[in-house]
Design a protein around this ligand. Structure first.
Ligand code: GDP
Ligand code: MN
Length: 396
């Protein structure tokens, strides 16, 4: 689950991670009120107005603007709220901005220079350990740094059983060129960041930039925080942070129906029971030259209503040229699935694409009978290979 910058920062701050302070707002009036409050809390006289969308690169797209007066806060907030923000990380059509974060300006002058740092925490699945990646070349596109100055990207592998050790935190601060007070602050910052990552079951932190301020504070100016969906059960307080306006509407609908659905780019709709079988089905479609339009696991307890829902969700995708239904009837009975297909056919009306059905297992014969007697144009097959061949034949 992706969080907004303001949500991520709030969580980080509860773990003692220094942040650029801010208040979220949904209207220009709220933005001015937020700026006024922030002035009282922090003394800041300049503010940044930051679009809250689930995508980075907002600065480049005009979604991050400095305001030097309350009038400017209002003006910039009016420009950004409601805008369609296009960045290198949004879909081509952009994303609509519903909220802005009004944040204190932290690039103020002081005794020393400011310095922008890149830092991320992630799980390295290959080695089964956590990893902190960081670079003194922060602020800009990290992929660019990786290309032009690969020696400027550092990694620190963290053993989950010991956690981040003190010498590792110091090595990070050293490699980042921190000195004096900033060095101490950086050591504290990375410890707090790692603790937050593990405690909330995050799957990714990307803080770009971490800022060394001109007076040697270390703070997160940006925060990309991704929570592991499978860990959410341990953190019910975070489920309310989900912003479904940012998510694929079909995936939201599927989740609400209890279906495990991921939209893909191909043209063969898939309805399968069990994640493993769904993966195998997608593999075999690919093997036969096709391309799956989605991953969809109807689960072990799929009844006719659920199958119909799955059907409707698949058909929403205009790219779908055929639907392959592959159900192994163990707990789920094939006749129920067949009934679901027939009901969906009746309720949805004219289904414009061919359907290939492979039902195996409990009540498979009853299922075949239901489909045969329904008078529907479904291609019933026995072997998965046969199903994939049929898909290729029909989709071309
Ligand atoms: P992103 O473009 O989506 O990654 O958004 P960021 O939160 O990283 O902000 C983009 C850029 O805005 C940063 O790299 C900074 O250069 C700039 N910025 C952010 N906060 C401030 C601030 O308080 N003052 C000033 N002057 N610039 C800021
Ligand atoms: Mn950023």
């Amino acid at each position: 689950m992706n969080l907004h910058e303001y949500q991520g920062k709030e969580i980080l701050s509860t773990f003692g991670v220094g942040i650029q302070r801010g208040i979220v707002a949904s209207t220009p009036e709220e933005a001015v009120e937020a700026a006024r409050k922030l002035h009282e809390q922090t003394g800041t006289n300049w503010w940044v107005v930051k679009a809250q969308i689930h995508a980075g690169g907002r600065g480049k797209g005009g979604g991050v603007k400095l305001a030097k007066s309350l009038e400017e806060v209002k003006e910039k907030a009016s420009q950004i709220i409601g805008m369609n923000l296009v960045t290198p990380q949004t879909p081509r059509e952009g994303k609509k901005v519903h909220q802005v974060l009004i944040a204190e300006d932290v690039y103020y002058p002081g005794p020393g220079p400011t310095k922008e740092i890149y830092m991320s925490v992630l799980l390295n699945r290959q080695i089964g350990k956590f990893m902190m990646m960081y670079s003194p070349q922060g602020g800009m596109d990290i992929e660019e740094v990786a290309e032009s100055h690969p020696d400027q990207i550092f990694t620190e592998i963290v053993e989950p059983s010991t956690g981040l050790l003190d010498f590792q935190a110091r090595r990070i601060a050293f490699n980042l060129g921190m000195q004096g007070q900033a060095f101490k602050e950086m050591v504290r910052f990375v410890h707090a960041l790692y603790k937050a990552f593990v405690s909330i079951d995050a799957s990714l932190f990307e803080i770009n930039p971490v800022l060394k301020t001109s007076d040697d504070r270390i703070i997160a100016v940006d925060a990309k925080v991704v929570l592991d969906d499978n860990g959410l059960i341990r953190h019910p307080e975070y489920t309310a942070l989900r912003d479904i306006r940012e998510e694929d509407p079909t995936e939201v609908e599927a989740r609400e129906a209890g279906l495990n659905f991921v939209k893909l780019d191909g043209n063969v709709g898939c309805m399968v029971n069990g994640a493993g079988l769904a993966m195998a089905t997608m593999d075999i479609i690919k093997l036969y030259g096709g391309n799956p339009a989605n991953f969809l696991d109807v689960g072990g307890t799929a009844d006719a209503a659920r199958v119909e829902k799955a059907f409707r969700i698949i058909l929403k995708d205009p790219n779908v040229k055929a639907i392959l239904i592959n159900i192994f009837g163990g707990i789920v009975r094939c006749d129920r699935v067949a009934q679901g297909i027939v009901d969906a056919y009746k309720n949805v009306g004219d289904i414009p694409v061919p359907i290939i059905v492979r039902l195996q297992g409990t009540n498979a014969e009853e299922a075949k009978k239901i489909l045969d007697e329904s008078g529907l144009k479904v291609h019933s097959v026995i072997a998965l290979q046969e199903a994939a061949e049929k898909v290729r034949e029909l989709v071309g």
